[in-house]
Design a protein around this ligand. Structure first.
Ligand SMILES: C[S@@+](CC[C@H](N)C(=O)[O-])C[C@H]1O[C@@H](n2cnc3c(N)ncnc32)[C@H](O)[C@@H]1O
Length: 284
């Protein structure tokens, strides 16, 4: 039996995996723009992983890093409190407890942001509403750097029973945003849909590329904290599918037990298809 991984621990654990997965071409373009404007709003910031990546990247000069004015918002007070403690002494970063759509409504009265980032966040929402809110937050010519947008494909190998695996992952995709992860009617095909959601709302898409998570044991062991990520994801998939109620408890629990054994034996391979997108709001 694997251990229960809580959400904050999962966010910490996936930081290294996310850093390996972000598309480097878009990351470089984002860093380049940041060195020109330096101010960034990170929506759904969690524990501030994006700020941590900025502080440790090779893509920025030390003087730019020291002058980054970062603001992170998240609706979970516990995460914001931990982010504040994590960065308070090292940076002048601002972390605020705020609900994204409320924040966008209030901020529409104020100045626009030159850069808005959203990492592993946009697929939680109705995309058109989320893109409208981001457009309202951005200055004319402002940049939206939107990363790790899930795109309807989870691969788990080795196969246990091809039919059961397929049915189970389809049930997971169908219900994944109906509950949990704080969403409000999310979009399992957010990655591919984002391009037209943005161009339809006055954005130029500057680049788009995959940022798939690939978790594979190498030489008999998982990298970084990937094992914890897998334990969290497996429990999450099981909980979503259980609540969707399409599988008898015995079938689902046997599948979960076999997946747990595969993780324990460092046999399981997990791939999630995701897309990064960099877009600029057209002036006017
Ligand atoms: C999958 S996590 C990603 C967190 C962080 N960007 C990262 O990758 O480490 C999604 C985050 O969005 C936050 N969230 C969900 N709905 C929100 C909303 N309506 N307004 C603000 N934050 C929200 C959650 O609390 C959570 O921290």
């Amino acid at each position: 039996m694997t251990q229960q991984v809580d959400f904050a621990r999962y966010l910490e654990a996936k930081e290294a995996l996310d850093a390996r997965s972000l598309h480097p071409r878009l990351w470089t373009a984002f860093c380049k723009r940041l060195s020109q404007v330096r101010q960034v709003l990170d929506i759904g910031c969690g524990l501030g992983a994006t700020l941590d990546r900025l502080l440790t990247t090779d893509g920025l000069t030390p003087s730019t890093v020291s002058r980054i004015r970062y603001t992170g918002i998240d609706r979970e007070a516990g995460l914001i409190e931990r982010a504040q403690k994590r960065f308070a002494e090292r940076t002048g970063a601002v972390f605020e407890v705020a609900e994204f759509f409320d924040y966008a409504r209030v901020s529409n009265r104020g100045n626009g942001w030159p850069i808005v980032t959203a990492h592993a966040f946009l697929d939680l929402f109705d995309l058109d509403a989320a893109v409208d809110a981001i457009a309202g937050l951005l200055a004319p010519d402002g940049l939206a750097y939107l990363t790790l947008n899930f795109d309807d494909l989870t691969i788990i190998e080795p196969t246990i029973d091809p039919r059961l695996d397929e049915e189970l992952l389809s049930a997971y995709h169908a219900a994944m945003y109906a509950q949990g992860w704080g969403g409000s009617g999310g979009e399992r095909r957010a990655g591919r849909r984002l391009f037209h959601a943005l161009t339809g709302k006055g954005f130029d898409v500057l680049d788009m590329a995959p940022s798939d998570w690939v978790i594979a044991p190498l030489h008999g062991a998982y990298r970084d904290d990937d094992r914890l990520v897998l334990e969290y994801l497996l429990a999450h998939i099981a909980s979503v599918v259980r609540q969707a109620g399409r599988f008898g408890a015995g079938r689902l629990e046997r599948w979960v037990a076999e997946r747990e054994r595969q993780i324990e034996a460092a046999e399981l391979v997990y791939v999630a298809h995701q897309l990064d997108i960099l877009a600029q709001r057209k002036p006017g």
